[in-house]
Design a protein around this ligand. Structure first.
Ligand SMILES: Nc1ncnc2c1ncn2[C@@H]1O[C@H](COP(=O)(O)OP(=O)(O)OP(=O)(O)O)[C@@H](O)[C@H]1O
Length: 365
C-alpha cells in the first residue's frame, strides 16, 4: 500500500491554490486517463463553493475566464481548453453531460422536454457492452470552448434541486455529476506545425481496457509554474493505473467526472420535514453507501456493494475502475459541527486507504 499525500487547505487559502493541486489531473485527462474529482462534506461546509464558486447557482453562465473565487469546475474548463489549444496534434471532440442524483434517481440536467424546454428527465444506469456503467439516454453536448462548457453547467445548475434548511439557505439536495468526455484519435504526439489528426466523427463509447503506452514528460504550467504531471503518489504508473486504450477505430475516449456531492446532515439540526426530510434521508443513505464502497475497496473485499445506491452505481467506474480519483473533504471549523467534521474526516481517511485516492481536507473560511 502506498500512502496517499494529504494536503490541508487553511481558511485563508484561495481557490487558486486548491486548483493548483487539481490541475495536474487535467493533464492526466488529456493524456488519456479517466479522472474523477469529488467534494465531500457536511451541508454548508463549502463543497459547491470549492467545485463551482460563490453564488454560482444564480449565474446564468459561469465566467469562462476564472477570477477571484471561481471554483474547480470553471477553472478546469478554462485550463482544459487552454491546454487543448496548445497542442496542434490533438483534434479532440469535447462533450459534456450533466446529471444529478436526487432521491436515489438519476436526472439528466441537460435534457429538454417535448416542447424543447429545459427540464430534468429521469435516466437509468445500465451496463455497457464493455461491462462499464453508463446512463442510458443521457444528453451529451459537444463543446468547443470553456464558455460553451460553462453555459451548459449554468443551465444544469438552474435545474439542480435546492432547498433552504436551518443550516444552509441554499442547500443542494442532490449530488451533481458533470462528466466531460474527451475523444481523440490515438497517435504518437507530434511537434506542433505538423498536420493534425482528423477529429472523430461522433462521441464514441468508452473503452476502459488496459494500455501499456508509456507516459510523456509533462510540461510546466505557465499559470502556476508547476509541472503538470499528477501529484505523486496518486495511484498512477507505480500503482498500475493505465490510460484508456484506443478502440478498434483508433479513438481514445477518456472521461473527467467533476462531482459536487450533496452534504451529509443531521435532520434534527437542519430542521427539515416532509419532502425535505425524505431528501435528507436519501442523501445520508447514498453517502453511507459511498463510504461502504470505499471501505470495501480499501479492504480489498470480493464483493463491492456498488448497487446499494444510485450514486455508487453511477460512479462505479470511477471508484473501482481505472480512474484517478481525488477526494476533497470540506469541513466546518465550528465547535457545533465537530461530530460531522469527525465523520467527514473519517470518510477522508477511508478514501485514503483506497490506493488510488488523494484526499485533501478543506476548512470553511
Ligand atoms: N472557503 C470559503 N470561503 C468563503 N466562503 C465560503 C467558503 N466555503 C464556503 N463558503 C460559503 O459558505 C456557504 C456554504 O457553502 P456551500 O454552498 O459551498 O456549501 P455546501 O457544502 O455545498 O452545502 P450543501 O451541501 O448544503 O449544498 C456559501 O455561502 C459559500 O459561499
Amino acid at each position: 500500500m502506498f500512502p496517499s499525500p494529504l494536503r490541508v487547505y487553511g481558511p485563508a487559502e484561495s481557490q487558486r491554490v486548491v486548483f493548483e493541486d487539481v490541475c495536474p489531473l487535467l493533464t492526466s485527462f488529456l493524456d488519456g486517463y479517466n479522472v474523477c474529482i469529488m467534494a465531500y462534506g457536511q451541508t454548508g461546509s463549502g463543497k459547491s463553493f470549492t467545485m463551482l464558486g460563490p453564488r454560482c447557482q444564480e449565474e446564468p453562465a459561469l465566467l469562462s475566464e476564472p477570477r477571484g473565487d471561481a471554483g474547480i469546475i470553471p477553472r478546469a474548463a478554462a485550463e482544459l481548453f487552454r491546454l487543448l489549444s496548445e497542442d496542434a496534434s490533438r483534434s479532440p471532440e469535447v462533450g459534456v453531460s450533466i446529471a444529478e442524483v436526487y432521491n436515489n434517481g438519476v436526472v439528466d440536467l441537460l435534457a429538454n422536454d417535448s416542447c424543447r424546454v429545459a427540464s430534468g428527465v429521469k435516466r437509468q444506469v445500465l451496463p455497457t457492452q464493455q461491462g462499464k456503467k453508463a446512463v442510458r439516454g443521457l444528453t451529451y453536448r459537444p463543446v468547443h470552448s470553456a464558455a460553451q462548457f460553462l453555459t451548459l453547467v449554468g443551465r444544469g445548475l438552474q435545474l439542480r434541486a435546492k432547498q433552504p434548511t436551518a443550516v444552509h439557505a441554499e442547500s443542494s439536495r442532490s449530488h451533481l455529476v458533470v462528466t466531460v468526455t474527451l475523444a481523440t484519435v490515438a497517435s504518437p504526439r507530434r511537434p506542433s506545425g505538423l498536420p493534425s489528426t482528423p477529429a472523430p466523427a461522433a462521441a464514441p463509447q468508452s473503452d476502459w481496457s488496459a494500455s501499456t503506452e508509456p507516459c510523456q514528460p509533462a510540461p510546466r504550467s505557465p499559470a502556476t509554474g508547476r509541472r503538470q504531471s499528477p501529484p505523486v503518489p496518486l495511484r498512477t504508473r507505480a500503482h498500475g493505473l493505465r490510460r484508456v486504450a484506443p478502440d478498434p477505430l483508433g479513438q481514445v475516449c477518456a472521461t473527467l467526472q467533476l462531482v459536487d456531492l450533496a452534504g451529509s446532515e443531521c435532520a434534527g439540526v437542519s430542521g427539515v420535514t416532509g419532502s425535505a426530510l425524505r431528501e435528507t434521508s436519501c442523501i445520508n443513505r447514498s453517502l453511507a453507501a459511498l463510504s461502504d464502497v470505499l471501505g470495501a475497496l480499501a479492504e480489498g473485499r470480493g464483493h463491492i456493494p456498488y448497487r446499494n445506491s444510485r450514486l455508487t452505481h453511477l460512479l462505479q467506474d470511477a471508484l473501482g475502475g481505472d480512474a484517478k480519483l481525488q477526494v476533497i473533504v470540506c469541513v466546518s471549523p465550528g465547535q457545533r459541527h465537530v461530530a460531522e467534521t469527525l465523520q467527514s474526516l473519517g470518510f477522508g481517511a477511508r478514501a485514503r486507504q483506497v490506493e488510488r485516492s488523494c484526499p485533501a481536507a478543506r476548512k470553511l473560511r
